[in-house]
Write a protein of this length. Structure first.
Length: 172
């Protein structure tokens, strides 16, 4: 297998430090967060041209995770020490903030077949956010400690793992 360079991003956006990347599903947009500048998320097109420079509400906390939804138009982002989830709507150029009720988000994952975002918290709870209806639903009591990982199945079931060494399966 031969790999070829697809694009090269300019150092002026990132400095010399580490950068986190996420392509959307169609590989038409690349979201990037530089470790040196956690105050912004940069979105590039597939040729490497910048499309958006989105300033985050909390400009000092490092980004811990970010994920595109299945449409490739909505980006969810969590930051260390922050009790909100940032939702960026690319088509509307709008940043929305979801309050997680004083619980720091520790994990996020978009449903592969629908508009739901699973948000695992540091206290073991799960919040399901629907990006179409903008409604949030708390699922409490499944875990006693921080949610660390998870995945959606093609049938819309949610698997979660946590620091309490329990794996749960939810039919949302």
């Amino acid at each position: 297998m031969v790999l070829r360079q697809l694009l090269k991003l300019k150092e002026e956006y990132f400095g010399s430090g580490a950068v986190m990347f996420r392509w959307n599903n169609s590989a038409s947009r690349l979201a990037c967060v530089p470790a040196a500048r956690p105050s912004n998320i940069f979105i590039f097109d597939s040729s490497g041209e910048i499309e958006r420079d989105v300033p985050l509400d909390d400009r000092t906390s490092p980004v811990s995770s970010f994920e595109w939804d299945t449409t490739g138009n909505v980006l969810a982002l969590i930051q260390k020490g922050v009790v909100t989830v940032s939702i960026y709507h690319f088509d509307e150029d709008r940043l929305e903030t979801l309050d997680c009720s004083r619980e720091e988000p520790s994990f996020i994952a978009w449903n592969m077949t629908g508009p739901q975002l699973a948000i695992g918290t540091s206290k073991g709870n799960t919040i399901i956010y629907n990006s179409k209806t903008a409604k949030m639903q708390l699922i409490a009591g499944k875990h006693g400690r921080r949610i660390t990982c998870g995945a959606w199945t093609l049938r819309g079931h949610l698997l979660l793992g946590s620091d309490d060494k329990i794996i749960s399966l939810s039919k949302t």
